[in-house]
Design a protein around this ligand. Structure first.
Ligand SMILES: [Mn+2]
Length: 238
């Protein structure tokens, strides 16, 4: 279909250090395809190629993966934080450029955390250290199953995507979380332990982060489908 050519969505890949392979969970690519766009998996190219990447794509998915290094948000190094420096360097600069160009961005899990940091917020490096009475957000429940509830704010896009209901069941596989929300962003969802589960930038076309993995629920749950459709629609109009 012709409009695929106009709507390329870049998805930041993961990287296997041992094999030296880039990889990407096909749940992301399927979700983007189903929403009507063409997914492009992005390797970590050199800084002087970032402009070219941004010129190629209409929307950017910041995918899940290892942890963002603590140095980027002013926290001390932590033994539970597993980093991938060349991904951080690539993805931070790419996200900065995408924000500058007012490009639609969907940050998922690590991607939400990275988006928050690039926009000026901070993270908990290891939530159970600082919030010991909270939920275990990485308790081993597989990502194709809901793990806990989140409560959506009525003034958020997510609330609309959820049919005007504040309650949503989500999956969960994270040990870090947003601490201070970036300026110009609002919290659009929290878990019942108070942890920030989604953020969005109301002044922008579509810039959103979700701490869960909606790409696993596109077939089974309308809010996730609407979220990807909303992201691709915003990207299409760029
Ligand atoms: Mn969670």
């Amino acid at each position: 279909m012709a409009y695929y050519k106009k709507t390329l969505i870049g998805i930041v890949s993961e990287y296997d250090d041992e094999k030296e392979y880039y990889f990407c969970d096909n749940q992301y690519t399927r979700a983007i395809e189903k929403a009507g766009a063409l997914p492009i998996i992005l390797p970590y190219v050199a800084a002087d190629r970032l402009e070219g990447v941004i010129n190629l794509i209409s929307g950017l998915v910041l995918s899940g993966g290892k942890d963002l290094a603590t140095e980027f948000y002013g926290a001390a190094p932590h033994h539970a934080v597993k980093v991938q420096p060349h991904r951080d360097n690539f993805e931070i600069e790419l996200t900065r450029l995408a924000l500058e160009r007012s490009m639609p961005i969907l940050g998922i899990c690590r991607g939400m955390q990275l988006l928050n940091v690039v926009a000026g917020g901070t993270l908990y490096p290891h939530t159970i250290d600082e919030l010991p009475s909270g939920l275990d957000h990485r308790n081993g429940i597989p990502l194709d199953q809901a793990a806990h509830d989140v409560y959506l704010e009525p003034n958020s896009l997510l609330f609309q995507y959820n049919g005007g209901s504040s309650l949503l069941r989500v999956n969960s596989w994270h040990h870090q979380a947003v601490k201070r929300v970036a300026p110009d962003f609002i919290v659009s969802a929290r878990a019942n332990d108070g942890l920030v589960e989604a953020i969005e930038a109301p002044g922008r076309a579509f810039v959103m982060g979700v701490q869960w993995h909606p790409e696993f629920f596109c077939d089974s749950e309308p809010a996730s489908r609407c979220l990807f459709n909303g992201f691709v629609d915003a990207s299409r109009s760029i």
